[in-house]
Design a protein around this ligand. Structure first.
Ligand code: PEP
Length: 250
């Protein structure tokens, strides 16, 4: 069975004070009995502080990106090894905002995945179609391109350390959640795809998260569906109560 995971992507939100309050509230109010592994992905500059607050809580730290190279003259970049040193366990790669605004092509994302893997980070690899692509009937082609470019180029052992987040671009931050049927159908396609690329033992062990306006009210209707092993949560991860409700939504 894939691990259930609920990961919060704080994006470029929170002041230092807000971030510390959010982390403290998560630590104080979690039970440790949540059915899902909880992960928070703060902005880079808060990572050390949040890691210290959450130490011993069982809540893991993720980052929202990493560099595609190991080290050197890359002003402003943060390497996967630096993240590992800072206490990070997971890194979100291929988020649609990075694909759309920061030039993260499938080729760049592959290089970032390789850096994360050699630095012993788990990758939350995002994929998903735009509304225009869905309307044009290109959903499966888009998902195949985004996922094949990574999974064809890493070995099976590494692949088992990846988590996939299916995030329809039209659902991210819009309040337009995919219906449970739409999400289940896309997740079923992804499961079959990775099973065919990696074999069923590895493919069936990979967690498939849904992301896109998932919140405390709709999480359980999504998480009860086949092949939906949790969520990647944006807006609703900024409220401790909501995030913990989502982590308990089974
Ligand atoms: C995201 O950005 O990964 C996301 C799912 O955002 P939201 O939950 O706000 O739609």
């Amino acid at each position: 069975m894939p691990q259930k995971i609920v990961a919060g992507n704080w994006k470029m939100n929170t002041s230092l004070e807000e971030a510390t309050q959010l982390a403290q509230s998560l630590k104080d109010n979690q039970t440790g009995q949540e059915p899902a592994k909880l992960v928070v992905c703060p902005p880079f500059v808060w990572i050390r502080t949040i890691a210290e607050i959450l130490q011993g809580s069982g809540i893991s730290i993720g980052a929202q990106n990493c560099a595609s190279t190991a080290s050197g003259a890359f002003t402003g970049e943060i390497s996967a090894t630096m993240l590992k040193n800072a206490g990070v366990e997971y890194v979100i790669l291929g988020h649609s905002e990075r694909r759309a605004m920061f030039g993260d092509s499938n080729a760049v994302i592959l290089e970032k995945c390789k850096q994360a893997i050699v630095s012993d980070l788990k990758v939350i690899l995002c994929c998903g179609e735009t509304l225009a692509e869905r309307k044009a009937g290109e959903l499966e082609t888009v998902l195949t391109g985004q996922l094949t470019s990574v999974f064809k180029n890493i070995d099976q052992l590494s692949a088992s350390n990846l988590v996939i987040a299916y995030e329809p671009v039209w659902a991210i931050g819009t309040g337009l959640t995919a219906t449970p049927e739409q999400a289940e159908s896309a997740h079923g396609f992804i499961r079959n795809l990775i099973n065919s690329l990696l074999g069923e033992t590895v493919g069936n062990s990979i967690s498939l998260l849904y992301g896109g306006s998932c919140n405390a009210s709709n999480a359980s209707s999504l998480f009860s569906r086949n092949n939906i092993d949790g969520g990647l949560i944006g807006g609703a991860s900024l409220k401790s109560d909501d995030f913990l409700k989502i982590g308990n939504a089974w």
